[in-house]
Ligand binder design. Structure first.
Ligand code: PLP
Length: 391
């Protein structure tokens, strides 16, 4: 194996670096020059653009997907001790939001091929205290929403979709986020559409959207949002103790132009996905499953499973190896029960969720941003082949 890394150190390929273009730079500068930095007309426009993009009834922008999940769970009217079933193959925020809403998270293992929550496992975990299901469309691949909606309908459960990876995802003709009561999106820097930090809830209930809006701004009455307009002085009432979760115009300034390019970026990632699938077909690793018919994959993460027994290198060995080629990679995710806090608090063990445990211990995410040039993609392919094949 050559000693010269595929890329030089000063050309390190950062994992998840977003594509940012002149239009959003100019819009942010215009926001700064206007002096209107906080929540205002650009947030309203971003909400409306996103609502239309997903064909949703209502859209409320907030400052993260974590906030979107938290407020959706509160708007669902959960009470202390209510149980919410989610997946162990997710970012900790999905589980933390359930805890912060005063509810009890319950894990249901994933299907090994799709890495999405297994509807049969959901059914198995339902108790008289179960109130909601919180599926995550992992990597942008839609969950089995026919089965999950059927289970939710039969047991009278609220559906809150974690669409952090699933901005463009569709399942049997319906966009992710519109299957249940709430769909929560992320615009964090590594996501498919970015605002820096940012999130948004779509919902079909006007009252729920209004409640989320109030909770996102300290619990101040609806009119408080007019504080940010030029319609004159507005008094407000605090109707309940809320949070500081509102999105700023500076963030929306980025998001408006990013969203206008969502399909262009999706097509670029689709092309990268296809190149990776072809290039890695002969390697001793498990490739991500191809999209299912009548669905649209959001192409948020491209993940390989590295099993030491067949690959000849451990997952962590692969990570060190690819890093040594000056190519960044990620892990999405160690399964939730691997973390001490959840293990100690809920008594979960990784072994009780064997599919998520195995994926979490073998998975690596390769650079997959629309920003990648063809030459970057060539470097990633060469780096992976070198680490796995010693070439
Ligand atoms: C599956 C999932 N849910 C929730 C979140 C939280 O998103 P945010 O960083 O916007 O709060 C993330 C972020 O990485 C995520 O990947």
């Amino acid at each position: 194996m050559s000693d010269t890394p595929i890329r030089s150190k000063d050309n390190f390929l950062v994992f998840g670096s977003p594509a940012i273009e002149e239009a959003e730079i100019e819009e942010v500068v215009a926001s700064l020059r206007s002096g209107w930095l906080g929540t205002g007309p650009k947030v309203a426009r971003f909400e409306e653009d996103f609502r239309r993009y997903r064909g949703a009834d209502y859209a409320v922008a907030v400052n993260s997907c974590t906030a979107a999940l938290h407020l959706s769970l509160l708007a669902a009217g959960l009470e202390a001790g209510d149980e919410v079933i989610t997946t162990p193959m997710t970012f900790c925020a999905s589980v933390n939001a359930i805890i912060h809403a005063g509810a009890v998270p319950v894990m249901a293992d994933i299907e090994p091929g799709t890495m999405n929550i297994d509807p049969a496992e959901v059914e198995r975990r339902i108790t008289p205290r179960t109130r909601a299901i919180l599926p995550v469309h992992f990597a942008g691949r839609p969950c089995n929403m026919d089965a999950l909606c059927e289970v939710a309908g039969r047991h009278g459960l609220v559906m809150i979709e974690d669409c952090a990876h699933a901005i463009e995802t569709e399942y049997h003709g319906t966009p992710a986020g519109r299957f249940g009561e709430f769909g929560c999106f992320s615009f964090y820097v590594t996501k498919n559409v970015i605002t820096g930090e940012g999130g948004l809830v779509v919902t079909r209930e006007e009252a729920a959207a209004a409640r989320i809006k109030v909770l996102a701004l300290h619990g101040m009455s609806k009119d408080a949002w007019k504080r940010f307009s030029d319609e004159g002085f507005v008094h407000y009432q605090v109707t309940e103790p809320g949070f500081k979760y509102n999105m700023m115009d500076i963030q929306a300034a980025i998001g408006i132009h990013q969203l206008a390019r969502v399909e262009t970026y999706w097509k670029r990632r689709e092309a990268i996905w296809k190149r990776y699938q072809e290039a890695f077909a002969g390697l001793p690793v498990t490739l991500p499953a191809d999209p299912e018919p009548d669905t649209r994959h959001g192409y948020h993460l491209y993940t390989l499973l590295v099993d030491e027994d067949t690959a000849g290198v451990s997952r962590d060995g692969f990570l060190s190896g690819i890093q040594a080629q000056n190519i960044g990679a990620g892990v999405h995710y160690l399964s939730i029960p691997e973390h001490d806090y959840y293990r100690d608090t809920f008594g979960w063990t990784p072994e009780a969720y064997p599919n998520a445990m195995r994926v979490g211990r073998q998975t690596v995410s390769l650079p997959f941003s629309a920003k990648l040039t063809d030459a970057d993609v060539d470097d990633v392919i060469a780096g992976v082949c070198r680490v796995l094949g010693g070439v």
